[in-house]
Design a protein around this ligand. Sequence first.
Ligand code: HEC
Ligand code: HEC
Ligand code: HEC
Ligand code: HEC
Ligand code: HEC
Ligand code: HEC
Ligand code: HEC
Length: 462
Amino acid sequence: MFTTLQRKILFVTGVALLIGATAFAVWQSGQVEWQTYQQQYFAQTARPADIRVRQIVPKMTGQPELCTTCHIGLAEISASHPVEVFGCTTCHGGNGLSLEAAQAHAGLVGGKNPADMSVLAQTCGEGCHAGHAQPDLNHATRVQRSVQGTYAGAIAAVRFAFGAQADPAPLFGVYGVSDPAPAAPHHLPELAPFPHNPDHPVDRQFAQNCLDSGCHLSAEARAAPYFYRATGCAACHVIYEDDGLYRGDDPTIPRNEPGHMSRHQFTTAIPFYQCNHCHNRGNYSLRQMEFVLRDDLPPTGPPLSAQMPPEGRRLIEYYQPIGQFTLCEWELDCIECHTAQEAMGDGHIYPDQREMQYTQCRTCHGTAEQLPDVVTVSAEHQSALRAARLNPNYSLEIGDRVLVTERGELLGNVKVENDQVTLTSKVSGQSYPVNPVLGSGCQQNVEQQESRYCHECHAYQR
Ligand code: HEC
Ligand code: HEC
Ligand code: HEC
Ligand code: HEC
Ligand code: HEC
Ligand code: HEC
Ligand code: HEC
């Protein structure tokens, strides 16, 4: 029989073995999960298998991260946010030391999207895109106060039209927001948050049919072809294809499940269809307080969209049949005409979109009496020079002469050389001449510059 000492030794050994075995099992099950992803990755990219734990030690935190052991093949989000500097947890949070998915994902910020409006202050805003003395660098603050975020004008218009408020001045935003330093009479100091459980029947119906149906920056997209997109900054800067399918190499992201970014990449060369995930997909019916989907769009994905020639796709997809447009309005991408400031706001709260939409036909073509405004780029035009550096499709240098909007924003891709104006597309790199109205035989009345008026003679028939 065993002595007391032997029993103790046996017991301790047994416990040690048990702990060891459990630890091994846990380790092995972790192994198996990440190994499966790596096997899948090497198989799908036809690269020689090199299966091992992958670790990065990003410069910003100095803490090791194992996320790419499973998320192998995920594209770097952008050259301005390099993996070796940012890693993953700087944006996403989570637990970088775990090789077990649930544990690694505990505490992800914003779930799938760290650029969601609800977490901006913790992520993009935190020390990076907010708090600068130079206002145009405060993208997070600007976007939060922008009409695309607050939706203030639309909310006020509906409430006023249906008698829920006595005058059309905006009271509510989709969320509450304030501007400590309004700089013009039409800048609003604040908006109250639209009530979550509104009392007024108009507000209840509006919340249900419009606010929750996915068209402003904090609303989840409608889960349907053409509508798939992210929220917050990623709504514009992370591209979703119309079919919502992932086209990158990360094996953890299903490639046949709609509702994912096309690639894990930011871009400022935003194509028209990204803006159209919100715009031009239907019409508001004010009477029914409903969003009525357009019914003329072909099914997405192969064979149609993918094989359609770009012009064909644009013509069908760009604008609705009821709209009237000139050639340049459907041939060019939205961001050739609509500037960063129009899209992201200027840091003030505007009562409605009419106060923030200022690019006009004349910005590029001038009028029957005047050529468009031109400026010579100097070192003070940091914002335009920065935008050009971020875009591979055109270049801009100090000394170049370019067109400028009435609010002083440079169109860095529309250059003037020897009296000829040339636009280089920010999205395709293709160049187009921009002819002036002056001297063209255009029959416009100079007093009228709204596009509706120009379309009377310059409409393109679809
Ligand atoms: C063991 C493998 C594994 C590790 C380690 C891992 N992930 Fe994941 N991750 C996955 C899988 C699988 C999915 C997709 C399914 C899911 O959501 O769980 C995913 C999904 C995600 C998503 C999308 C979440 C959503 O709600 O759709 C994010 C963001 C993410 N991971 C970030 C990270 C970050 C950051 C790390 C490191 C801190 C990390 N992951 C570590 C396997 C892993
Ligand atoms: C600069 C910030 C930033 C960094 C750094 C970053 N990401 Fe992301 N990532 C994002 C944003 C924004 C999205 C949201 C895209 C969306 O919602 O479609 C995203 C989406 C994802 C998703 C969601 C995929 C899906 O559609 O289910 C995964 C997984 C992911 N990131 C993993 C990582 C990993 C792993 C790293 C490190 C190698 C990393 N990210 C680094 C900003 C970042
Ligand atoms: C509604 C669309 C939209 C949203 C939302 C959006 N952006 Fe932009 N952003 C643009 C457009 C358009 C440009 C200009 C692209 C160009 O013409 O070069 C731009 C340019 C930029 C640039 C480069 C030019 C510059 O000013 O430095 C940065 C950085 C940027 N955005 C950051 C952000 C951040 C951070 C967020 C979220 C807080 C965000 N954006 C949200 C549309 C958007
Ligand atoms: C998440 C949905 C969403 C996306 C994506 C989006 N927008 Fe918008 N946009 C809106 C909303 C909401 C409004 C405000 C409508 C209102 O107040 O009636 C708006 C208003 C505008 C306006 C008029 C007001 C202004 O600020 O000038 C322009 C121009 C505009 N968007 C251009 C763009 C461009 C260009 C893109 C792509 C780079 C884009 N939008 C992407 C939702 C979106
Ligand atoms: C060739 C330049 C050009 C292009 C390209 C262009 N727009 Fe516009 N857009 C304008 C002009 C000019 C106005 C002002 C209309 C006016 O003067 O009445 C405008 C007005 C708007 C408005 C506010 C008024 C309204 O009618 O709703 C929105 C929103 C808008 N555009 C979104 C877009 C989107 C989204 C795209 C891309 C799908 C786009 N635009 C492409 C020039 C352009
Ligand atoms: C950002 C600069 C820009 C803005 C703003 C702009 N255009 Fe153009 N426009 C162009 C370019 C570039 C072309 C040349 C397209 C080509 O050659 O294929 C063009 C071509 C034209 C033409 C000649 C082609 C034709 O249709 O016969 C007309 C007319 C015209 N634009 C009218 C307008 C009207 C009306 C507006 C306002 C709704 C407008 N443009 C806004 C850049 C612009
Ligand atoms: C009453 C009809 C009419 C209206 C309204 C009108 N135009 Fe024109 N426009 C013309 C005619 C005719 C031409 C000369 C066409 C030609 O030479 O082929 C012309 C020429 C032009 C051209 C030069 C095109 C080129 O390629 O040389 C531009 C740009 C232009 N118009 C812009 C505008 C803008 C912007 C507006 C609105 C502010 C406008 N037009 C309103 C009739 C009109």
